[in-house]
Every structure is written in C-alpha cells, then in structure tokens.
Write a protein that binds this ligand. Structure first.
Ligand code: DQA
Length: 205
C-alpha cells in the first residue's frame, strides 16, 4: 500500500482514508475473578463468558471505528502497570476493577496519574448490594460509572467514551488535533505535520 505522504497534497489533506491514523484507541481492563464470568455466581453476573463479552465489545468497536484492546488480571500490580502503560498508547480506559473497586487506592492513583478519561463499569448494581460494595475508590477519578446493566454496561461505556473522545477531537480539530495520547507522546498529528512540511517545502512528493 502507498503510504499517505506520497499522495498529492490535495488528496492527503482531503482524503478520509488517512483518518485511520487518528483512530481512537481504548483499553478495556477486567479485574479479578472476571475470568470466571459465565460460571461465577450466575444469578448476579449472568451466563455470558468473558470471551463472549469481549467479542461483543470488539463488534461494537468496529462499528464505531474504535480500536480496542482487552485484558484481564487477578493481580492488582498488573492492573496498575497496564493503566500506567496506557498513557502513551490509548486515548481512554474502560475498567471493571471488580473487588479492587472497593479496596485499591493504587488503581485509583494510577488512573489519576495517567489522566486518561476512564469509565468505571460494574455488571451488578454495586449500590444495591452489601454495604462494603457501595464505596468505590475509582469513581472519584472516573469520567463516569455504569453499574447494574450486566454486559450491556460495557457497550454503554464504549459508546459514552467514544462520544466523549470524539467530541473532544472535533473541538481540537481546528487548528490542531491533539488527543490525550498524542499530548502524552508529545507528537503532533500527521495532517498538521504534513501542512507544515507543505508550507516549508512547497510539496510533499
Ligand atoms: C463487580 C462488583 C464487585 O463488587 C465485585 O467484587 C466483582 C464484580 C461487578 O461487575 O458487578 O467482582 O465489579
């Protein structure tokens, strides 16, 4: 495939196919025991497996033209490391921290530290359950919390986060598109870099 920058100036600036370079990237993080979905306490968490849930998320992501990566861990440290690494690789996070929701200052601090818009999801309505589940250490640093809708909650989170990020992008598009991932990396978008090159060199052939 021809790289975009060998196309004519007009095409590069107008051609929508170059948009894939700006595709939103979202990290979906599943916390402890969510690998047991489908068999675990079915009356609370339903019968859908984590694999089936991830497939449904991927399907919606394709429709929204968003790139998603899913991961699951039973270990708090691993979850913290993934959140830290997301800073330069993703535009936003969807997380079900599971039991760590109610205990983990480390996960809260990681989310606050990376500063990526983060949506907290719970399959069950944690506010209707035992009192120890009512407190979330995550909610205070999250863009929003969705609880009680089962697997649909993840899809609502994806739509919500997509709309939030896409709106931010539209506002940033003129004069320069700078997403949180780019801001963290310190790079400017391709279109803006190409415009500069065209202005200084007269052509980008
Ligand atoms: C959960 C709710 C948590 O309280 C619980 O520890 C979980 C799952 C949910 O998705 O409803 O493991 O996060």
């Amino acid at each position: 495939m021809r790289p975009c920058w060998t196309l004519s100036r007009e095409v590069v600036l107008m051609y929508p196919a170059c948009e894939h370079i700006d595709m939103l990237r979202i990290l979906v993080v599943h916390g402890p025991n969510l690998n047991l979905l489908g068999t675990r306490e079915q009356s609370i968490y339903g019968t859908l497996s984590l694999e089936a849930l991830d497939s449904a998320i991927t399907k919606l992501a394709k429709e929204l033209a968003v790139e998603v990566t899913q991961c699951q861990s039973n270990s708090e440290g691993e979850l913290v490391t993934w959140i830290q690494k997301a800073r330069t690789r993703y535009d936003g996070i969807i997380i079900n921290p599971a039991a760590y929701t109610h205990t983990s200052i480390a996960i809260r601090d990681a989310i606050a530290a990376v500063g990526l818009p983060t949506v907290e999801v719970h399959l069950s309505n944690i506010h209707q359950r035992e009192e120890f589940r009512h407190r979330s250490y995550i909610a205070g640093v999250a863009l929003g919390q969705i609880a009680g809708f089962g697997p649909t909650g993840y899809l609502l989170a994806l739509r919500g986060l997509h709309d939030h990020l896409a709106t931010g992008r539209r506002q940033e598009k003129t004069p320069t598109l700078v997403t949180p991932r780019r801001r963290a990396k310190g790079t400017r978008p391709l279109r803006s870099r190409l415009k500069d090159r065209i202005q200084s060199e007269g052509s980008i052939e």
